[in-house]
Design a protein around this ligand. Sequence first.
Ligand code: HGY
Ligand code: MN
Ligand code: MN
Length: 417
Amino acid sequence: MKLDRLAPDLERLQADLHELSGLVEPDLDGWSRPVFSESYRAAREWVARKMADAGLQVHVDPVGNIVGTREGRGVRAALATGSHTDTVRGGGRFDGIVGVLAGIEVARRLRETGTVLEHDLRVVDFLGEEPNDHGVSCIGSRAVVGAISADYLAMPDGKGVALGERLDSRDDIAAARWASDEVAGFVELHVEQGPVLERDGLQLGVVTAIAGIERAVATFHGRPDHAGTMPMGERHDALLTAAEAVLAVEQIGCSAPDAVATVGRVESLPGALNIVPSWARVWSELRSASTPWLDRVRGDLTARIADVARARGVDVELDWLNDQPPVPTTRSVQDLIASSASSIGYSWRAMPSGAGHDAAHIASLAPTGMIFIPSQGGRSHCPEEWTDVEAIGVGTHTLAATLLAMDTAPFARQEEQ
Ligand code: HGY
Ligand code: MN
Ligand code: MN
């Protein structure tokens, strides 16, 4: 088939982006649609309607993923694509929703060109990809690969509500699990959320690996004292200890070329101007596509935090959360994305993803690939996030061509890298 026939309708994509990105929380900054919020519920009703309008058979699975299916000629396993429609607070208009809308547009173009694949096509809006108030990310994609544990379901939010209480499937999360042979392959289209493609002047990224993420919470117990009378050398200041820990995180993040480390939140008590802080808490994360680096820096950070606390006579507790190892994508799927892009005439490069994605979980179940399109200024997780609709069209076109190629080309399962 001439791949140009599967090119997306840019005006329709633009209209979808405008409608869906406008469903946000009125009292939050940016384009905010946190999981379990009212705007998120409205957005998912919108997605289900759009999937149905595109001719997909729509159902909501036991954990709350929205799944749209276009029947194929009969090959047992489905080809899947999709992403997420929840956002970070203060987020942008493209993170996640581009992958869901592209999947719906591919379904429309298949219908409009009368193209029936051998495989079913499955378009998924995965529940809650962003880290939520319960400290869990990628709820829907973890659930379909059986990676939502009872501990996860018990994780409370700030109001003490357990994650399981928020899920439709509170009694049987296992029912959401996809069978090991249910999906033949998965491809996710996503904005790059970084500066590489724009800097290199390229249209597409073929993702080689998705960074691993280690998250740590350090709690410092110092001693409250009068800020006016206690000499500097005799204090046990929890916040100053936390400040040194924050700088230690930065130094670790700068210790390897493709690594990053961030402290996104610091709290301290009692918070009075005239009392030396007695308590402080630091939330940090370390990311890299290199497993050896992640393994090493867990120990490094643990040792450095213990050192700065000891030096100031402050006690510290360090909890490690969400150890998500780096995930390589499947080489043969990477090759199909690259050959599809090249055959249409799009420029591309291979690159790792510093951001986490639902694909990182689906990769444990099926051959998996990711397609990136440029983010303006490399900005994301902020209201300034922007990707031109033409670039989204290039990504959607490449997604369609890749799924068409996967429909007939042999590609290996996960063990081949
Ligand atoms: O945090 C991430 O990398 C993704 O945006 N959830
Ligand atoms: Mn995100
Ligand atoms: Mn995302």
